[in-house]
Ligand binder design. Structure first.
Ligand code: NAD
Ligand code: AKB
Length: 340
């Protein structure tokens, strides 16, 4: 008989850290199977039932997992983020699209074998959007899930396509089979804004300037910000991002009319970040030296998102606005982190 477990890919990443910790705090007996190409830290390893240092592209590894485990829920976090995927687009496509397809197939096979739906949580991104220029972006304000979907980066295109793949696996998978399967992949995606964690530093993304500015200031390091002061994006702190994943996972399928939901917390400019960071770390040195090419990516992402659907259907509500994020979570935690 197979062992019941939760699968987390990309477990060593920023969201992985928060998710593994929160899931095991909630239920210490939960069996987590974690995969990442990089080894997990000791503290995370201790919280997992099995840790695999491996590649989600390795189909024999996925076959082995399918043979040993019944995954009721899969959190598929492994990805190549926007800046790295723009530098290596073929790698981005392989990991972000082919990798996701492999995981969706694993979930579909498991649903077929067990006769029970497999929940598939997918972190999509504001990168799925593509606005043509800054005036249009600022005029658009809070964008809805169905608007401005002409993504301009390999990463954004990958995310959008994977949302569509998820919709297919959720509602139309093998639709002309004479005998439909009893169970299916219950795909649920969140379009996350830029995330900020006090515990980890981002790598390979484009919204990284916000969290980087804070982590550099806390370490007394000079930061060169690659966007202008006016650059504006939606952001959210990691505790809210984890809450969103867990709340969406726990929502009964009958409450959900869509497979993709925006979630928002606050929309701020790079100058807003600078002001709050300077207040907390008066010696901080930040030089705004925009990189026109990376800035273009930020310019194409929305300034804010309309998350009314998530609020209505599954009760989404961020706990942290901009002020509370910094005063009660980020600043105290990073001060403590770098004081060690
Ligand atoms: P991250 O880069 O910190 O973590 C991704 C993890 O995936 C890394 O630990 C990496 O080693 C692993 N990985 C990459 N390729 C792999 C492969 N082939 N096989 C196995 N593991 C592999 O990113 P994160 O911030 O934790 O993001 C997690 C998910 O959330 C990603 O899908 C990302 O696109 C999405 N997301 C993140 C943000 C954000 O601001 N952090 C915003 C929107 C969406
Ligand atoms: C990135 O910048 O690539 C991510 C994201 C917003 O998806 N942080």
């Amino acid at each position: 008989m197979s062992t019941k477990a939760v699968l987390i890919t990309g477990a060593n990443g920023e969201i992985g850290h928060g998710l593994v910790t929160r899931l095991t705090e909630k239920d210490p007996s939960l069996r987590i199977v974690a995969i990442d190409v990089h080894p997990l830290s000791q503290t995370l390893r201790e919280r997992c039932h099995e840790v695999i240092v491996g590649d989600i592209m390795d189909s024999s590894l996925l076959d082995r997992l399918a043979a040993f485990y019944d995954f009721g829920t899969i959190y598929h976090l492994a990805a190549i983020l926007s800046t790295k995927a723009e530098r290596e687009p073929v790698l981005g496509h392989r990991v972000n699209v082919d990798g996701t397809l492999g995981l969706l197939e694993l979930a579909a096979r498991q649903a077929r074998a067990t006769g029970e739906n497999v929940k598939f949580l997918f972190p999509s991104s504001i990168a799925a959007y593509g606005l043509p220029d800054v005036p249009t972006k600022m005029k658009a304000g809070k964008v809805k899930e169905t608007e401005w979907l002409d993504a301009r980066t390999m990463y954004g295109i990958n995310k959008k396509y994977c949302e569509d793949l998820g919709r297919y696996y959720n509602w139309y998978y093998r639709q002309i089979d004479p005998q439909p399967t009893a169970a299916h992949v219950d795909f649920r995606a969140l379009r996350f804004p830029g995330l900020i964690s006090a515990v980890t530093l981002p790598t390979g993304g484009t919204s990284d300037y916000g969290p980087e500015m804070m982590h550099y200031a806390a370490q007394g390091k000079e930061y060169r910000c690659f966007v202008p002061e006016s650059a504006t994006l939606p952001f959210m702190v990691m505790p809210d991002a984890i809450n969103a994943l867990l709340t969406l996972e726990a929502t009964p399928a009958k409450n959900l009319t869509q497979v993709v939901y925006n979630i928002g917390a606050f929309s701020v400019s790079a100058k807003d970040f600078y002001d709050v960071i300077l207040k907390a770390f008066p010696g901080a040195t930040v030089e705004f030296r925009p990189d026109a090419l990376r800035q273009k990516i930020v310019d194409s992402w929305p300034a804010d998102v309309d998350d009314s659907l998530a609020r209505r259907e599954w009760g989404w509500r961020p706990e942290y606005d901009f002020r509370r994020s910094f005063e009660e979570y980020l600043i105290p935690a990073v001060k403590q982190r770098y004081a060690k």
